[in-house]
Ligand binder design. Structure first.
Ligand code: ADP
Ligand code: ZN
Length: 730
């Protein structure tokens, strides 16, 4: 091999996305191939996708070596990306084939560009409007100028292709020939941005300097909601574009992308590329390819966008960096925030972590000087932070099955009368979290999980929030067979909505809960409607805590501020603190002062007190100190091991055997705890047992863990997953 090029017939090592634990050797094809090339290789009777990772390993009969079947027409995977995947695999203890799958989530990525027929909004009006036609036009309007293939458009609108063709005949939809995978329109960093406040200017200048320096660095950008963090980091994006490098902005929630895309368009004159589960297959391919070729300057996306093949990435922004959705809890267990820092450090790129309520990890990293820190202390313009007060529920009188205290009720009524909005926050989907039989006391549980079924009246079903299993509400108790005695216990947002309608008969009520909306579009419409003043009282789950802008909102009532404090989770206090601050941040964003009222039975709880007093630094300092003393993350290292199997005895026995053979862990000073039933002891019929490994900060934990679990072969029906830095303890 010379200069990353393999000549015809040379032995190459190929990584495939097949579940094998090693690379496979092949011969370079006629004409040779580049290191990093995407290729198709024969594997048994099939051909599979792979990447030429380096020279072959040897040890194979050279005569039996097969040849690479085809080099795909895609830019080779860069060395930086290969290094990133390898390091991420090492850190998360993930097999390389699974990492490669994350990096190749674009169908047909090697197909050569060709012409295809595309459909976009036309100038004409249809002779008559039907429901189906309306849906097609709405899809096109929603995606602002994007074009679709016939099949995609019909599917998105839920119509047959003949409906689209009918609209083409009338000029309402335009049909074009276009090459596949067009570059994205150029973004112009030279357009004027907002006039920044002095604080914002200082922060923006520092971020610009960092980007212009062209080296690795991470900055925590901390500022209350509405302080202009987005405005400020867009200046860093502008600098990155000026340097001719690419930028990536990660958002925690698809529902937030629409608003953000509009802001990018305002600032830079065009829309960036979008990457999340809601985009079409064609668009997915286009993003992947344009990112690799440099035809996309800015990508806005979900956590998986980190694995796109950027040609020259100079900046990664992780907005709402504390958000739990950055931790992937399925398949490859990675935290996008940490992976962003890893990728940037390999690339020599800047990371901006933006949040009003940073994760304790990031706060500590900034405190210790590992990250830079910038603060935006005030809200932009006249907006002030809401006043926060507790309502002591022990002193309030509530009727049975009522959750809104008289004090909160009065406050809501006053806002509604003044033509303002009130938000009632309850982080519980559905109607009631528990259904109990008044005859025998039985609580309806899921047949497959160790969880209670949650009644959803809107869906007219019971739903298991663990596995998604649903069933109709039975007429008789499944245990004692008595009819008519099943009763809901406790409130979910749907039940709260019932109470609100009864207590405030004239008010317009909107419920924002992720399960009530079939599509991202329906949710977006509801959010826009609320922002425009289309509701007086909003009832919401954690969905509302995430960055939506409701200018008329002046009161936030937290129905149960104690809810998050009950868990046995290490991060319960941190999460409650973040959630309450975020929710309270929804109030009074425009020119009207806001008020947040927290219903609590423990007004003296340290977390509630910290929330109320607004002494954020005090809260983090105390929380950090507690973790330090206990040797918990981020001051110590942890890994969660979950074992699951259909047979409860088998899984416990295996766990106990692993725990007994802890020599590889003890050798590095790590300790193992368990096996214990996982907090959710059964999911989808599989019994779950967990072990927890704790170690000091400097310990090379991954290598020790790998040696430890390798001691015992896994029985066929037993699954083992290792979660480094577990976020949740379920
Ligand atoms: P954050 O990201 O911290 O929540 P945003 O950047 O979304 O804050 O700003 C909140 C609101 O204030 C937005 O509507 C934004 O357009 C506006 N805003 C912030 N800074 C400025 C500025 N310098 N000039 C004009 N409007 C601003
Ligand atoms: Zn279940």
């Amino acid at each position: 091999m010379t200069d990353g090029w393999f000549e015809d017939g040379e032995r190459v090592g190929v990584l495939t996305a097949q579940p094998l634990d090693r690379m496979l050797d092949y011969r370079a094809p006629p004409g040779g191939c580049a290191e990093g090339a995407f290729v198709e290789v024969p594997l048994g009777p099939r051909r599979v996708l792979g990447v030429v990772w380096g020279p072959g390993q040897g040890g194979f009969d050279a005569a039996k070596l097969r040849s690479v079947a085809r080099v795909l027409d895609a830019p080779p995977m860069r060395e930086e990306m290969r290094l990133f995947l390898a390091r991420a695999a090492e850190y998360t203890l993930t097999p390389m084939h699974a990492m490669l799958r994350l990096a190749t989530r674009a169908p047909g990525l090697g197909e050569s560009p060709a012409m295809r027929r595309i459909y976009r909004l036309g100038g004409g009006d249809p002779d008559r409007m039907t429901d189906a036609r309306g849906r097609v036009l709405a899809v096109l309007r929603d995606h602002g100028g994007l074009a679709f293939t016939l099949g995609e458009l019909a599917e998105l609108a839920g119509v047959t292709t003949s409906v689209v063709k009918g609209l083409v005949a009338q000029g309402a939809v335009a049909e074009d020939e276009a090459p596949r995978d067009m570059p994205y329109p150029r973004l112009d960093p030279g357009l004027p941005g907002a006039t920044l406040s002095p604080d914002q200017s200082v922060a923006a200048a520092r971020l610009r300097e960092g980007v212009a320096g062209g080296a690795y660095g991470t900055t925590l950008l901390k500022g209350v909601t509405g302080s202009g963090k987005t405005e400020v980091y867009l200046e860093a994006v502008a600098e990155c574009l000026r340097q001719g490098r690419q930028a990536l902005v990660l958002l925690p929630e698809i529902a937030l992308t629409a608003g953000f895309l509009a802001r990018v368009e305002d600032r830079f004159g065009a829309r960036p590329a979008e990457w999340h589960s809601g985009i079409t297959v064609t668009e997915r391919r286009r993003v992947w390819r344009m990112v690799a070729e440099g035809g996309a300057q800015l990508v806005v996306g979900a956590r998986s966008a980190l694995f796109l093949p950027f040609r020259d990435l100079g900046l990664i922004v992780v907005d709402e960096e504390h958000d739990t959705s950055y931790k992937q809890e399925d398949g490859v267990l990675y935290n996008a925030r940490d992976m962003a820092v890893l990728r940037a450090s390999i690339l020599g790129a800047q990371v901006v972590l933006a949040s009003a309520t940073p994760s304790l990890e990031s706060w500590v990293n900034a405190d210790s000087g590992k990250y830079a820190r910038l603060d935006l202390p005030a809200r932009f313009g006249a907006a002030t932070l809401p006043e926060m007060r507790a309502i002591d529920m022990r002193a309030e009188t509530l009727a049975a099955n009522r959750w809104i205290s008289p004090t909160l009720q009065q406050a809501v009524a006053a806002r509604v009368q003044a033509g303002e909005q009130a938000l009632l926050f309850l982080n519980r989907r559905g109607y009631a979290p528990v259904t109990i039989c008044r005859a025998c006391g039985h609580q309806i549980g899921c047949d497959h999980c160790d969880a209670r079924m949650v009644e959803h009246r809107f869906l007219k079903r019971l739903v298991c929030h663990q596995c998604g299993e649903t069933k109709p509400m039975p007429a008789a108790c499944p245990a004692c067979k008595v009819e008519g005695k099943l009763a809901p216990v406790g409130p979910g947002v749907e039940r709260l909505a019932e109470e609100v309608t009864a207590v405030f008969p004239g008010a317009r009520v909107a419920v924002l809960s992720s399960d009530l909306f079939g599509t991202a579009r329906a949710l977006k419409e509801q959010i826009e409607l609320i922002a425009a003043g289309g509701a007086d009282i909003i009832i919401g789950t954690q969905l509302v805590a995430k960055g939506h802008n409701f200018p008329l909102l002046t009161l936030v009532g937290v129905i149960d501020a104690d809810l998050g404090l009950q868990g046995s989770d290490l991060r319960a206090a941190e999460r409650t603190f973040q959630m309450m601050r975020q929710v309270a941040g929804r109030a009074g964003r425009a020119d009207r002062p806001g008020l947040a009222l927290l219903q609590t039975c423990q007004p003296d709880h340290p977390v509630i007190r910290a929330i109320l007093s607004g002494d954020e630094e005090g809260f983090w300092r105390a929380e950090a100190e507690e973790r330090r003393v206990a040797g918990m993350p981020p001051y110590g290292r942890m890994a969660g091991i979950v074992l699951s199997a259909p047979d409860v005895q088998a899984v416990f026995d295996f766990g106990a055997e692993l725990a007994r053979r802890d020599a590889p862990l003890r050798a590095v000073g790590a300790q193992v705890f368990g096996p214990a039933p996982a907090p959710i002891a059964r999911i989808r019929g599989r019994h779950r047992v967990r072990l927890l490994v704790k170690a000091a900060k400097a310990v090379p934990l991954q290598a020790a863990l790998a040696r430890w679990v390798a001691q015992l072969p896994l029985p066929a029906d037993l699954r083992l997953s290792i979660d480094i830095d577990p976020q949740s303890f379920l």
